[in-house]
Design a protein around this ligand. Structure first.
Ligand SMILES: Cc1cc2nc3c(=O)[nH]c(=O)nc-3n(C[C@H](O)[C@H](O)[C@H](O)COP(=O)(O)OP(=O)(O)OC[C@H]3O[C@@H](n4cnc5c(N)ncnc54)[C@H](O)[C@@H]3O)c2cc1C
Length: 457
């Protein structure tokens, strides 16, 4: 893969020679996605440090007709952050300005390259909390979470990333710099560009800074792991807890295959003497100890086969580890196909029970692990033992999701991985509208031209 020499010279003039990387040994670390399934080649990695430098780089790209893939923490799971078509990687990790928390408003403005964990820490130091949390928190960036509209383990309580975003600064594909980060809670002055950029996967603009709303902290937590004979019973319980347990802050589902994999891979103790068909990690958080409410709500549930209650913060962390370590343990088996789907509440239980058989029927050598944010209707179907380009299982699962009234992406986005199935989730009219927006905001197709939308005909 190559770019015109004049392109490199012009980019160096914007970011300096130290931040236009061309040595393949260095560039290589930006070319593979977190799962290892998506591997590209980039002629260069460009690392701007300010909005003005991002605008300068994009101007050079438009002039030379060179496309970029914006990249934050590169924890995305749909192949959208790596250069699969020889694009230049535009790394936003140097945009690390984090302003002081506005304690009165409960807001903060963070550069696109600030990690989610750093926003959480800054909020906590100021007596606030950030409502988005996910296992990739140390690496995932604010810009990446806006571009993917990341969900995570607190959507149930606080909503997705879009629900936290009050304003955005971004450089559009046209070169226009849009910035509206005043953080007014009421501001009906036209189209809401932050909403448009949330979930746009780097196809419309490069996010450079974000004004985030913070939430009041809930310092007291109670955590329990519930065991069920069948996944459908665990899903029913998650739905019931949404109604009966007001301080419910997480309800995470996994099955015995995943639990066995995690405990073996990391040498962790199993939480129960026996094995069960499904587990639900339940967390309740509030200003004062919510243990009694959690215990009462669990007692009123049907179908609970066993319960492990965390008596200390260390035990709570150990129970959480059983769920959060799934992604890493599955990856260690080889590059997985990750299908993050969402189903209507009433259909999720049956779906979770049907999928393993569907996968076995199509790919007898494959292994299937299901886990997810059960109270959001979101389950992650992880399939290992398939070639990176073997999409038979992916297609069959997505068809089942669509037939059940669900969506082919709950939170990871479409990226490169699910592009050919976008029509299962969106009508022709919607896809044409997306294309019209893309044409207006990125007319030269320099921003992630090969993700999310079909190639223009
Ligand atoms: C262990 C693990 C757990 C995870 N758990 C969750 C979870 O619970 N919920 C969830 O939603 N996701 C989860 N993810 C996926 C991932 O962390 C999120 O998608 C996250 O939002 C990606 O952020 P990032 O900074 O790594 O973005 P990247 O991976 O670098 O990029 C993701 C997409 O955003 C674009 N992009 C990145 N930065 C910018 C920018 N500044 N401007 C414009 N476009 C940009 C890229 O082009 C790409 O299309 C998990 C991933 C891992 C590895």
């Amino acid at each position: 893969v190559a770019v015109p020499p004049a392109f490199l010279a012009d980019v160096v003039a914007v970011v300096g020679p130290a931040h236009a990387l061309v040595d393949h040994g260095v560039v290589a670390s930006y070319e593979t996605d977190w799962t290892g399934r998506f591997v590209g080649r980039a002629p260069a990695v460009v690392r701007p440090s300010s909005t003005a430098e991002v605008a300068g780089v994009l101007a050079v790209c438009r002039e030379h007709g060179v496309a970029v893939v914006p990249q934050g923490g590169n924890t995305g799971l749909v192949g959208g952050s790596v250069p699969l078509h020889g694009e230049v990687v535009l790394s936003l990790r140097r945009l690390t300005a984090l302003q002081a928390v506005d304690v009165d408003a409960g807001q903060v403005t963070a550069g696109a390259g600030v990690s989610v964990a750093d926003v959480q820490s800054a909020a906590a130091r100021a007596g606030w909390a950030y409502g988005v949390d996910l296992a990739s928190r140390e690496s995932a960036t604010v810009g990446g979470t806006v571009a993917t509209n990341a969900g995570g383990i607190r959507v149930l309580r606080y909503g997705d990333t879009r629900a936290q975003v009050l304003g955005v600064e971004a450089v559009l594909g046209t070169g226009a710099v849009v910035s509206h980060t005043g953080g007014l809670l009421k501001d009906n002055t036209g189209y809401h560009l932050p909403s448009l950029l949330c979930g746009s996967e780097g196809t419309l603009g490069v996010v450079t800074a974000v004004r985030l709303a913070l939430v009041p902290p809930d310092p007291a937590r109670a955590v329990a792991l519930l065991a069920f004979d069948r996944p459908a019973a665990a899903v029913t319980a998650a739905n019931e807890l949404r109604r009966t347990l007001r301080p419910l802050s997480a309800a995470e589902l996994f099955t015995d295959d995943g639990l066995s994999l995690v405990t073996r891979h990391f040498g962790l103790a199993r939480p129960f003497p026996g094995s069960y068909g499904a587990y639900l990690l339940v967390e309740s958080s509030a200003a004062s100890d919510p243990t009694d409410e959690l215990a009462a709500a669990v007692r009123s549930l049907g179908g609970v086969a066993d319960v492990a209650v965390a008596g200390t913060p260390g035990q709570a962390a150990a129970l959480w580890r059983l769920r959060e370590a799934h992604t890493e343990a599955i990856n260690a088996l080889g590059a997985p196909h990750k299908l993050d789907v969402t189903l209507p509440a009433a259909a999720l239980g049956e779906f979770v029970e049907r999928v393993p058989g569907l996968v076995r029927g199509l790919a007898p050598g494959a292994r299937c692990f299901l886990f997810g944010h059960a109270a959001d209707g979101n389950v992650h179907v992880n399939v290992t033992g398939l070639g990176p380009d073997d999409e038979t299982v992916d297609g069959a699962v997505f068809e089942l999701v669509a037939a059940s009234g669900g969506s082919i992406s709950a939170e990871h986005g479409i990226g490169a991985a699910k592009r050919r199935w976008l029509h299962l989730a969106r009508t022709d009219a919607e896809i044409a509208t997306f294309a019209a927006i893309k044409g207006a905001l990125d007319p030269d197709r320099v921003l992630n031209p090969h993700v999310l939308l079909p190639e223009p005909s």
